[in-house]
Design a protein around this ligand. Sequence first.
Ligand SMILES: [Fe+2]
Length: 327
Amino acid sequence: MTPGEEGGGAGAVAATDRPQAAEERDPEVRATDARRIAVFGGVYSNWRALEAVVEDARRRGADELYCLGDLGAFGPNPDRIPPRLIDADVRTIRGNYDDSISRGLDDCQCGYTDPRDNHFARLSYRYTFRNTSERWREWMGTLPEQRRIEMAGREVLMCHGSPRRMNEFLWESTSSTQFLDWMAREHGADVVLCTHTGIHWKRRLSGGGWFANVGCIGRPPNDGRTDVWYTLLSTEGDGGEEPTSASSPGEREAPAGGNGGRDRSTGDGGDAALEVEFVPVSYDHEALAEEMRREELPEEFVETILTGWWTTCLEVLPAKERRRGRH
Ligand SMILES: [Fe+2]
């Protein structure tokens, strides 16, 4: 039995157990001399947020940008996302949504069982599929499932749901440190970055690295505000503008008298330590809401963009994360 099976980890509602093949799990490691990278997931067709995040990340000195997948769903006009990612030189991996769209599957592989959640998931998927051109469907199918980089002597693994499964939900409240340690060790990574749930959080690993869910930029993290969040991974002491940082949406403000909300992994072996920081970004959410209405997307989705509270797909939320929301 693995620690994950002991109940430490997933809190998962997985539609398909589709273990990734070894060659997908262990892509080549690309060494980078970047001192700061920006990582985000869950674009959900929110092209306005994407543009704002790219601009903000560049302004803060990000040398490289990464997207961890789920380009469509929820928002309007999905064909606007791939060209913007390519133009901004964002290194992108394939999420479950992109995988479904590229393969012409019947659903997004999120595994909702609640009839209301299923209804909205189906609406969203059909809209996205119908409005994604053949060209970009094919392109999504060419995206790698994971990426690995070596940054400041640390191996960083980027995946969508988890290192072992594209559609695994990893929540802060249901993922024990023991389980995350095991997952990182099993996959040979010092730092693991994932997305898929839409809520960002981070955990320091026993070996000094990090496990972080970078959250999503397509909608707010169910916190009653309209900002979206992305993640910066930086070498210790790297300059740049100080972002607003918190461990998760449940902890909005930086601790008083501390280090400005920064957490530092303690490097060993002489390598520079890495910092994980979450950055809020505002964008023209009202214009996005108008566009969603023009596309006749559900008013429940529009409400989330305008209020910051999730209204759908709530069944996958563990009790602790759900209590933070309004619905
Ligand atoms: Fe996903």
